[in-house]
Design a protein around this ligand. Sequence first.
Ligand code: NOJ
Length: 542
Amino acid sequence: MSSNHWYKDAVFYELNLRAFADGNGDGHGDFIGLIERMDYLVELGVTAIWLMPFYPSPLKDNGYDISDFYNIDPAYGTLDDFKRALAEFHKRGIRVTVDLVVNHTSDQHPWFIESRSSKDNPKRDWYVWSDTDQKYQGTRIIFVDTEPSNWTLDPLTGEYFWHRFYKEQPDLNYDNPEVQAEMLNIMRFWLKLGIDGFRVDAVPYLFEREGQNGENLPETHAYIKQMRAMMDREFPGTIMLAEANQWPKDLMPYLQGGEFHMGFHFPLMPRLFMAVRQHNRRELINILNETPMLPEDLQWCIFLRNHDELTLEMVTEEQRQWMWKEYAPDPRMKLNLGIRRRLAPLLDNDRRRIDLLNALLFSLPGTPILYYGDEIGMGDDIWRYDRNGVRTPLQWDTSKHAGFSTADKIVEEVITDEVYGFHRVNVAAARQDAGSLFNAIRHQISVRKQHQIFGRGDFQILYPANEAIFAFERFLEKPELGATRVLVVANLADSEQEVVLDTSAYGNVAPIDLLTGQVYPNLGSDTYTLRLPAYGYIWLGV
Ligand code: NOJ
């Protein structure tokens, strides 16, 4: 397959190094453990990794609070271990993107320690300081459950510093050219080691301006253009993926303006959960109709879950309340504006619904990202601190600590409950069971990889009368690989449904379900009738 725009054909895996595999027996996931277990990712079939933060950090925010951008936290190993892991991934044809946390540092970062030490310290202006906490009132608070304000008073100098996340994560001051230059140097450092790109964290919040909501400011776009220009000039072929929790219209400038190659599609995600619960396609269609198709060099990134709470920022207040009512019946499940649960528990461990959402994840326009552990249907623990309940060790087998570590004490306890505990849910068992979720996902991935249409094809929604059916077409005129048209039909209802589709545009050909190989009756009629079982789906290719 053409390596040009490789990210368009990719299947990503979000990897939480801390909880993946412990190689040196200290109870903490690390690069050595990752290398030992890497072939598992080859078996799963993913082609790219998003590696969550591994930099030195006091871990107030799971590593998104960095105290040294140029190093590896010793708990994960050394820079040499990182280089080895990178080389091992590349040997296996897997690309590696890493988190780039641009907006803030840890309050333990030497820059901040200096900055707060006095008003005339040369690093003072690397952060955003003010003698009042009344500036930028139009800016919302993101961690609403913990932070009463985006300003925190620092008693040492009697001034307030600005932070969009935890108060232990002071925002860098992007109005300072030194900060701008330094972040480019940080990028160069990792790019020189040979990584394939960055997942850029908290993109919209780089600048602060009075009378604005502090998101997506023109200054932010201008700086990101500089980041991109540097990458294109000095490290051609490397990519940036935007973590910007925004509506499609606000995300588009980040993509089309010569900035990011890819952007997460945040608003689509909760609507997939709405659709399977409402047994109705309406919300999905509404958001997809607001989603522009992207040109050859740009891509949406789609996902069902990640390491954060299932965010409900991109829904209406009414939809948010509905999602909480349906998917967060216990108040502990709520966190900030979201839901701290994993995929399998959200869907009541119902394989039909899990398979259906995966089938949509792998066939809707965009590059899919799987969250580690969801491929075996891992559970969560809503009683743990913050989002730690969805970040527990990967369950490898039934041995001590689920095969994650040989240490006595481990960094985060494994899940042990009856339904999702490691005695039942683990990689070893999933591998052996031909009907496991793991094998179903592996199959969906392998079929997807045989058809370039999924990553690159155009997209058109169909509107059959039965609204429990979500149907769409993908088409690609000259794929290097696979089908030129695929008709995806999904039954969102919990009962068998009949649907009548207009397939007259196809001509009189027999399609096959790419997933099962089953041949279907010839297309070409305007009353093409199908019956799908509860939560059934097909990928009809011609
Ligand atoms: C987004 C990350 O996904 C989240 O985990 C983190 O807390 C915030 N950005 C702050 O870095």
